[in-house]
Design a protein around this ligand. Structure first.
Ligand code: GDP
Length: 332
């Protein structure tokens, strides 16, 4: 599967003013740093902070908004950078005066749009943990209003911006990334449907397909997501990874965790609920929530899971095949 070569992974660009929180987001989401430790992150003057994490389903690169250096500068090859990316996440520090950030947002978005019309624009109104609920909503409304007005004034009313309230101190940053990544997965409706079928046939209440390294969920069934269930599943992945690191065999050089095709885990909660995790491929795991009584039919669940895993494999392979066909015969 060429998924493992990384060619078809969703590519995300993270931009924003310095100190807006980009490195912290990267460390917390992709490197399991605890939020408090980000206080001690060294501020660097490097403009690109490359992070092509091979163990994740998502490709991710950070750019400090080029402050001194503008887009015309040769170090910023906008065609390559914007051309190859699926989503541009612009981080705004909501605890700070954001006037300047809004100007840079406008510049960045219009420039990127000229290069690539298909790019998805996502604004993270970040560090909202320090704000009260009223102020949070008011900031979101204000930022939304001003950002869209600026775009309209510049004649770019066809550009659509999406907004997310985020913080590294809770699960909102993971939730926001999940939404961003899901927009970049063309197979999403098929995956959602497969999970619906799994749930119906196995008496499962909720299933998530997780990128294990980042705890981003790339798909879920069509029932609504409640944050508490999502957090439970995230915690379960943490437990599985921690135990794998302690007791599993791993390859230090590849920085690979002991997460592999044998990985599975079962956690029973004291409210009659079961969390069940199974490995799907190198990056992905299925995490299900179901009632303990229904777990009596574990055999059925496991055999349904095997069918699901095959179907998911096919979904990604098919797409990659059709892409390579398009590449080899552009005229047909
Ligand atoms: P960068 O220059 O954009 O990479 O910003 P950094 O990641 O270095 O973050 C700057 C500061 O913001 C650090 O002290 C972080 O601890 C802090 N920070 C980042 N995210 C959050 C957040 O969600 N909430 C709060 N309160 N502080 C944050």
């Amino acid at each position: 599967v060429s998924l493992s070569t990384g060619e078809h992974k969703p590519r995300i660009l993270l931009m924003g003013l310095r100190r807006s929180g980009k490195s912290s987001i990267q460390k917390v989401v992709f490197h399991k740093m605890s939020p408090n430790e980000t206080l001690f992150l060294e501020s660097t003057n490097k403009i690109v902070k490359d992070d092509i994490n091979n163990s994740s389903f998502v490709q991710f690169q950070i750019w400090d908004f080029p402050g001194q250096i503008d887009f015309i500068d040769s170090t910023f090859d906008s065609d390559t950078i914007f051309g190859g990316c699926g989503a541009l996440v612009f981080v705004i520090d909501a605890q700070d005066d954001y006037g300047d950030a809004l100007d840079k947002l406008n510049l960045t978005v219009t420039k990127a749009f000229k290069v690539n019309h298909n790019i998805k624009f996502e604004v993270f109104i970040h560090k909202v943990d320090g704000l009260g609920d009223d102020f949070k909503m008011e900031s979101q409304r204000d930022i939304h209003q001003r950002a869209t007005d600026d775009l309209n004034d510049a004649g770019f009313d066809q550009i659509h911006l999406s907004f997310h309230l985020t913080s590294i101190y809770d699960h909102s940053i993971f939730e926001a990334f999940s939404k961003v990544v899901q927009k970049l997965i063309p197979q999403l409706p098929i995956l959602e449907n497969l999970l619906n079928i799994l749930n119906t046939n196995s008496a499962i209440e909720k299933s998530f397909l997780f990128d294990v390294v980042s705890k981003i969920y790339i798909a879920t069934d069509s029932t609504p997501v409640d944050m508490q269930s999502y957090e439970l599943c995230c915690d379960m992945i943490d437990v599985v990874i921690d135990v794998s690191w302690i007791y599993g065999i791993r390859d230090e050089q590849l920085e690979a965790t002991a997460f592999d095709e044998q990985s599975s885990s079962l956690i029973k909660l004291n409210n009659g609920t079961v969390l069940y995790l199974r490995e799907v491929n190198r990056f992905l795991a299925l995490v299900c929530i179901l009632r303990e009584d229904n777990f009596d039919h574990k055999g059925i669940i496991d055999s349904n899971f095997v069918s699901l895993r095959e179907a998911i494999q096919q979904v990604f392979e098919l797409r990659n095949k059709s892409q390579s066909v398009m590449l080899t015969s552009p005229g047909s």
